[in-house]
Design a protein around this ligand. Structure first.
Ligand code: 3H9
Length: 695
């Protein structure tokens, strides 16, 4: 037998065990091993039934994603599932941990399925830009019905064992370990003479209005293709004989395998995990952090406190007055009530978090014994320096002192503490208990174990943590500033903010830059513009004043009911505010500009070129460690569509020469803004891609 699949015969039952750590992915060796084991068991006269099970923490987590993009090797997974199903002796899947994707498909190829109570099953292929490609689109709807089958595959979300039993995906929930569960079911099947039972032999799933379902799923996917293709594959299950349906599924699967969306999604899958890899922290232990102090209980501070409480930490929130402290408590409790309502925590956990783990104080002395402090006060250097000077005095030795600043110089803040090595930037995104991104900002003197502590905290809070260096805006906000600037340029030159928002949402973002500004409040960017003007704009920089005029008119965005869009109570989203184009026309006239038309493609070309150019500088300067780090920041903090993989993955897929050529063309109009990033020029000259720098 093979190294990754073993067979042991116990009485009349063959126990076939997969041992391919960490999650029993179906590599070529596993597929071959299973094929050989089933064949041997079938021909062995002693064996009357087989049980397939997984060693370690899962049954099978799916096809081996590392093999994707390489030429497929035999035996192919759909053939293996068909082979198992064709066995003349009953085959039982004994599932535990996760059975995902191809893992569930192997189980659906088996004749009977039993799961432990804690098992989870699902078909997450759409999250990789694919559809299930080893029979699930044909077998699952035969078991659970058309709509339920489509829903499971389109959502990509796993269900627990109880739900799987209710849906009919598994036959039984066993209360023992997978081996004992499998053996018990195998004996029952033999005793009752039930024999093999193929899912493919069940009647074809019922027809629905396929085109309507396809359109609905496509619309919901914001440009993502694979979920809609699930509908077409299930349509084949309904309309074609099983073998032909299987063939159709394979065709769609292989087509999607060739798509850029599949590449983008798989880049995101591995990228999400890769950003945690920090070679210089190998062997460095994080400092402990059971008790966290949060300074400032506004939206951000309350969000951070909520995230920490949800992760089981003790939290002390410091506010300046009793009223502010009460308001902060209200915000944290409100957030936790939301978690309770959605079933994320139990009533007992809620009570423990709010009554035991959370304390509020107006006295700095309350932070003397905490392990880590995260400051989330007003974004002003003088205020932050005062806070850190105070923390330097009162916090215990070894406490980590973190600032949540989103663009200020962390070196300067650190110096004010008198113990710079303990200081780090932890840049959360609002709402901090929901958004997945955490930028870990490392300054010149941050101690290594403090960086390791930042990553450990990120992991504990369930965040995607990305390391960043110190500069104005770090990774994300610096890129945001670049594409906000190019949006202003396009508006001055003739595009409307609404054209730009539409182009950007059609590209796949949940929101365009102007709708986003409405959400954040126009006053934030207004203050930044004023500061920049006082400091003096760089030579040749373009300035736009139309948004100032909106602010002067009190139209500050969603909170004012009006900004770029007009909002009506009770309605989602807004409609374009007619005043905007008047202000834009005034601004153009004052600058002597004659507007011209912009196509959606041109808008996206410029928007993305600005993003890629700035991102290339950020990598070149070492602010981001690798291109993939930039990609994950944009994916998890800024709504960049996952199926494009991130701006630099997208750039690789487009071809860097094409993007550089565009930038060079734009530079003829505005050489200051559009100066090509040296790294981009270098990569094009060397015929390389950003991916080559990911290591
Ligand atoms: C499919 O099945 C297609 C078929 O329909 C048709 C085929 C013809 N392959 O996430 P973790 C690695 S598509 C290879 O940190 P967790 C992962 O990279 C597949 N490697 O742990 C990591 O490696 P490293 C459908 C995989 O406990 C390590 O395992 N299946 C695979 O938080 C630990 O992972 C999926 O989409 C894989 N399939 O979560 C499932 N899965 O240590 C994708 C994991 O070197 N996987 N690795 O960084 C998951 O959702 C989670 O990894 C899982 C474990 C829930 C399994």
């Amino acid at each position: 037998m093979s190294e990754v699949v073993s067979m042991r015969i116990e009485g009349s039952i063959a126990l076939i065990t997969i041992a391919n750590p960490p999650v029993n992915a179906l590599s070529q060796a596993v597929r071959q091993g299973l094929w050989d084991a089933v064949t041997q068991a079938e021909t062995n006269p002693q064996v009357q039934a087989m049980v397939i099970l997984g060693d370690g923490r899962a049954f099978i987590a799916g096809a081996d994603i590392k093999e994707f993009g390489k030429p497929p090797q035999q035996p192919h997974l759909p053939d293996l599932c068909t082979r198992i199903e064709a066995s003349i002796k009953p085959v039982i899947a004994a599932m535990h941990g996760v059975s995902l994707g191809g893992g569930l498909e192997v189980a659906l190829g088996c004749h009977y399925r039993i799961a432990t109570a804690t098992a989870k099953v699902g078909l997450p292929e759409v999250n990789l830009g694919l559809i299930p490609g080893a029979g699930a689109t044909q077998r699952l709807p035969r078991l659970v019905g058309t709509e339920a089958g489509i829903d499971l595959m389109v959502s990509g979300r796993p269900v627990d064992a109880a739900k799987a039993l209710e849906m009919g995906i598994v036959d039984e929930i066993g209360d023992a370990d997978p081996r004992a569960n499998g053996l018990a079911l195998a004996h029952a099947v033999l005793d009752e003479n039930r024999g093999p039972r193929a899912v493919s032999a069940l009647p074809a799933p019922a027809a629905i209005d396929w085109d309507a379902k396809y359109d609905a799923v496509l619309n919901k996917g914001r440009g993502q293709i694979s979920p809609a293709q699930v509908v077409r594959a299930v349509q084949a299950a309904s309309e074609l004989p099983f073998a032909q349906g299987l063939k159709r599924e394979r065709e769609i699967f292989l087509e999607l395998m060739q798509s850029d969306q599949r590449q983008g999604m798989i880049h995101a899958f591995f990228g999400e995990r890769a950003v945690a890899t920090q070679p210089d922290l190998k062997g460095i232990e994080a400092r402990g952090f059971d008790h966290i102090g949060v300074i400032g209980g506004g939206t951000m501070g309350a969000g951070i406190a909520t995230a920490a409480l949800l992760a089981g930490l003790s939290v002390t929130v410091l506010e300046m007055t009793h009223e502010a402290s009460d308001a902060a408590r209200g915000r944290v409790i409100g957030n936790l009530q939301g978690a309770l309502k959605r079933g994320k925590i139990s009533q007992a956990q809620f009570t423990k978090m709010t009554e035991e783990a959370l304390t509020l104080s107006t006295d700095y002395a309350a932070l003397a014994q905490v392990d880590m402090v995260i400051e989330a006060v007003f974004e002003n250097m003088d205020v932050k320096k005062q806070v850190f000077a105070k923390l330097g005095e009162i916090c215990k030795a070894g406490a980590v002192l973190a600032t949540n600043t989103s663009y200020l110089d962390v070196n300067e803040i650190a110096a004010a503490s008198g113990r710079a090595e303990d200081v780090i930037g932890l840049h959360f995104f609002s709402p901090a208990h929901v958004m997945k991104l955490l930028e870990i900002v490392v300054h010149d003197h941050t101690a290594k174990d403090v960086i390791a502590t930042g990553f450990a905290l990120g992991k504990r809070l369930g965040k995607v943590s990305v390391r960043a260096g110190v500069c104005d805006g770090f990774i994300g906000n610096r890129i945001l500033a670049a594409y906000r600037a190019v949006s202003d340029h396009m508006v001055l030159d003739g595009a409307s903010p609404f054209d730009i928002d539409r182009a950007v949402t059609d590209f796949g973002f949940p929101m365009g830059p102007f709708a986003m500004t409405d959400l954040a409040g126009l006053d934030i960017a207004w203050a930044a513009r004023k500061r920049r003007r006082v400091a003096g704009l760089p030579e040749g920089a373009r300035d736009a004043t139309y948004a100032d005029k909106l602010c002067e008119a009190g139209q500050l965005g969603q909170k004012a009911g009006k900004g770029f869009y007009t909002y009506e109570a009770g309605k989602r989203g807004g409609t374009p505010n007619p005043a905007v184009m008047d202000f834009v026309s005034q601004d153009r006239a004052e600058q002597g500009l004659t507007p011209r038309g912009f196509t959606q493609d041109e808008i996206i070309d410029r928007y993305m070129a600005a993003m890629v150019n700035e991102a290339a500088r950020i990598v070149d300067e070492g602010i981001a460690q690798r291109p993939v780090d930039v990609d994950m920041v944009m994916l998890f903090g800024y709504g960049f569509p996952r199926y494009h993989g991130g701006p630099l993955k997208w750039a690789d897929l487009q071809g860097l020469d094409k993007i550089l050529a565009r930038i060079e063309t734009y530079a003829k109009e505005n050489p200051q803004y559009w100066e090509p990033a040296p790294l981009l020029v270098k990569l094009v000259a060397e015929g390389r891609r950003f991916a080559d720098l990911n290591g």
